[in-house]
Ligand binder design. Sequence first.
Ligand code: NIG
Ligand code: FE
Length: 409
Amino acid sequence: MKLIGPFKQILTLANLPLRGKLSDEQLEIIPDGGILVENGKILKTGVFSILHSEYPDIETEKIEGEQVALPAFTDSHTHICFGGNRANDFAMRNAGKSYLEIAESGGGIWSSVQHTRDASEEMLLNTLMQRIEFLVSLGITTIEIKSGYGLDKDNELKMLRIIKKAQQKTDATLVPTCLSAHLKPRDYNGSNEEYLNYIFTEILPEVKKESLAERVDIFIEKSAFQPEESRDFLLKTKGLGFEITVHADQFTPGSSRIAVEVGAKSADHLEATVEEDIAYLAQSDTVATALPGASLGLGEKFTPARKLLDAGAILAIASDWNPGSAPMGNLIVQASILATYEKLTTAEVLAGITFRSAYALGLEDRGRLLEGKKADFITFATHNFQNILYYQGSLKPEKVFIGGNEVKN
Ligand code: NIG
Ligand code: FE
């Protein structure tokens, strides 16, 4: 057991509801606080001096200077295992080229598939580890990572095995997701339905057998998979025991409904979600995940986060870090920018990148500083928690703790 502190402020996020809008008055702030940790979990939070007098003999890890502590962040949607880079796509888009023109000149998701297939396992693992370390330095200790740049059995399994290897090299929690249904690969001879069936019969049984992922994702969009074929695939996949998440309503509406109908854990993107689907999502347990990094990377509109929260949805915010639409990978920058455009309170943003995004991954054991929760928390060298979002990402975490132990870079 050990006592860590004192912190100028501790934001526990302990009593915030799982869904709907939040005001900053609802934030529980402990002044001059301490965190009591045992076996990697939170035992207690409270005023440091009181905790210290209750447990006079325990080890104390002293915090110098003014620091604010809060739960570590969860990035519930990334594609950070990839080869190559799509800077040319980015430049072409900004020069006014269309999606089709970019794809025809060798860009788009397919180019990342080729680079990922060509990359050595060592290269993929090394670059993945660099990205994980960057995310941990930003206070993100739980990271979802998708496959989806392999798009055939060997290469999808290669990606998922690399993510599994990465887990052995980091204390952060990695949550792998099989996104073989990202796009029908250009070298697949058959219809979309046949390719989905190939995933179901050839890839998913092996994913299960090797315990490579417990979640399956699909990109439902005009340019990828259509709503009806996706529904069938997802229901069958659920039958195999996988949790479901969906890339929904990114450019055209209609697919968040499918996510809700199949009981998906989350529907992510939602930039194009229409009013009635906002209401439908809000009445469900499917988390609505905004991906402001994709809006910023593409120059497209933001997810209607304000409307989703007002309607009572569970709103998470994730980075979507990928080589194409969201190259930045900085969740704090993105979430604080989303807040200014969508008018989100600090409590709503922090909930969206902590316990709400963890809930989207089925991880209810983290994201709040409460007894029994995983002792993943971070500090910022400031006297006031409001400065975290105010500096829009330029204030970086001072310390990152995973399971009660400080991560040293
Ligand atoms: O979430 N929308 C589809 N998939 C990714 C983009 C992946 C890529 O462009 O490589 C996304 O934005
Ligand atoms: Fe994505």
